[in-house]
Ligand binder design. Structure first.
Ligand SMILES: CC(C)=CCC/C(C)=C/CC/C(C)=C/COP(=O)(O)OP(=O)(O)O
Length: 207
């Protein structure tokens, strides 16, 4: 079946949503909606890889989702661990299509078993090079902005300290080098910020 003859995008992002509504509407047991959502995601991934989409990003579980009932968070984490472990199996879609898996987000917020499973999956698929699957977990825009600004600031501060130590920094040890251009170089600009945005890192590194 030919779905489209137009240009194929190189990057598609999916936001997982509506799992619980699907569950309720179809009168399924609690948690079955997430399992159905994961199966739907796997079918979509297969289409993406058949169509040679190189980058797929999945927004799977946000920081806000941790505010749900503890039993619901726990059962979603258990499912996530099970599915992540499944991704590293020899016959998984990831190995079938040579996909490198990356987890981005504040991984420290995940339970230890899920974090370890995610880390193992990244190591196990690190040599796959045909496509990149980025799975966003424990993310929110505000957390992303905070960590990006903090890392950019720390990087710039370290660069300036290293230059200052040699006497050639924008402010110069004796205040001799503080011309406008050098001072401008000490500002954080958009390129610095972009370097630290987690979801963008794969695209910069692998294109
Ligand atoms: C490895 C991997 C990608 C695992 C994925 C595990 C998984 C299925 C996560 C989905 C979690 C989630 C918050 C879905 C959104 O639906 P919802 O619960 O917000 O549903 P609603 O919109 O109907 O409330």
């Amino acid at each position: 079946m030919v779905l489209s003859r137009g240009p194929i995008p190189s990057h598609i992002a999916f936001i997982m949503d509506g799992n619980r509504r699907f569950c309720k509407k179809n009168k399924l047991m609690e948690g079955a909606g997430h399992r159905a959502g994961f199966s739907a995601l796997m079918s979509m991934l297969k289409y993406c890889y058949e169509f040679r989409v190189k980058y797929v990003t999945v927004y799977a579980f946000s920081i806000d989702n941790f505010r749900r009932r503890p039993e619901e968070v726990q059962s979603t984490m258990d499912l996530m661990q099970e599915k992540i472990e499944g991704l590293t199996k020899q016959e998984s879609i990831v190995n079938q299509y040579g996909v490198k898996v990356r987890f981005v987000g504040n991984l420290q917020l995940l339970s230890k078993p899920v974090r370890l499973a995610a880390e193992r999956a990244m190591v196990a698929t690190a040599d796959n090079s045909k496509a990149v699957l980025t799975i966003c977990v424990a993310y929110t825009a505000t957390d992303e902005i905070l960590h990006t600004v903090r890392e950019s600031y720390e990087e710039k501060r370290d660069e300036i300290s290293a230059l200052e130590a040699t006497g050639s920094g924008p402010y110069g040890l004796l205040g001799l080098n503080n011309n406008e251009k050098e001072q401008e170089e000490s500002f954080i600009d958009l390129r610095d910020i972009e370097k630290h945005i987690k979801a963008a890192i794969d695209i910069q590194v692998y294109t």
